[in-house]
Write a protein that binds this ligand. Sequence first.
Ligand code: PLP
Length: 394
Amino acid sequence: MAECRDPLDELDAGLADLDAAGLTRRRRIVTTPCRPEAGLADRSAPVLAFCSNDYLGLAAEPALASAAARAAARWGVGSGASHLVSGHTAAHEALEARLAAFVGMDDALYFSTGYMANIGVMPALVGRGDAIFADKVNHASLVDGALLSRAELIRYPHCSLAALEARLAASTAPRKLIVTDSVFSMDGDLAPLPQLLALAEAHQAWLLVDDAHGFGVLGPQGRGSLAHFGLTSPRLILMGTLGKAAGVAGAFVAGHHSVIEWLVNTSRSYIFTTGAPPLLAETLLTALDLIEHGDARRAHLAALIARFKAGLTLTRWQLLPSDTPIQPLVIGDNHEALAVSRALDAEGLWVPAIRPPTVPKGAARLRITLSAAHSFEQVDRLVATLKRLEARHP
Ligand SMILES: *Cc1c(COP(=O)(O)O)cnc(C)c1O
């Protein structure tokens, strides 16, 4: 009989291995609302944060906080049950109608989180014997959705249309689903959505677009990446998250009427979970107003991105080509990326080091994110500090 290990010893050995590889994750305790000047339990002075996905600065927006307080007074806190039992309120229904109209789709479905939306949609559309075609650097939740579906997972090199086309042509799967981030969460670049849709239509495949980082930021009035490219098709299914640019929580899936009806009937992460608090749905109606009328926020954000990119000239570290608020600075080595993040911290700047398995091995990076809540002076301070630190690391 094989020797039996104490399971706790095994976990401790695993944790020690992570530590040795510079891969231990630690959570920092934040003591202020989400905003550029962040209070942390382990520091006496606030730090300047470049790490949230609060691209429009709505997470701590007072108008949203008062909308939430009003909604709590109207609805209480919990929904009390899943949507198919008794937890689907008029607030959820109104939000779904508003979301569908905003992104120009027939219908929309509100999920508790983007992770749950992704793991709920993919298994509802494809299963054993079918095929999912996925960009290699897609978000982890899309990988998990694919695994749960039991369809064959066929990954293509990042944004490689030729490789995708060859794999689609070679597949005999009865149902095909192409899935991609619109704005890649760790790289900041945009997927070639018009070409992906053309391939989906040519091969009778679904195209599921994860717009976590595009919704609210891209497209006219922040309607997202499909609107940015002007794309419509019954093959398209859009997933957008509502805890990033929208500043609240949750996610939605939008598409053809029949797609949404099918999800209501079969999507397990929609059906077998308690409905999100109706106060969040109602607060999101106000968030959508702020997004729709948020051209000034988006213009300021675009100006910050341009200023950051123009100011940051580096020789050793590589800023990835991105025009979105996600500005990744590739350092390479895990320990060096951590060291740079710590050096920034010592200067009062909070920029997280992102390491494998979130990004490929050897491509550890600082994931710098900009928000409309930042000022030009704050971005200038980040640029100056990064230049100084690079000169110090020969
Ligand atoms: C954040 C994110 C998700 C998950 O959304 P949550 O609402 O945070 O669960 C899904 N996809 C991508 C690309 C993301 O960045």
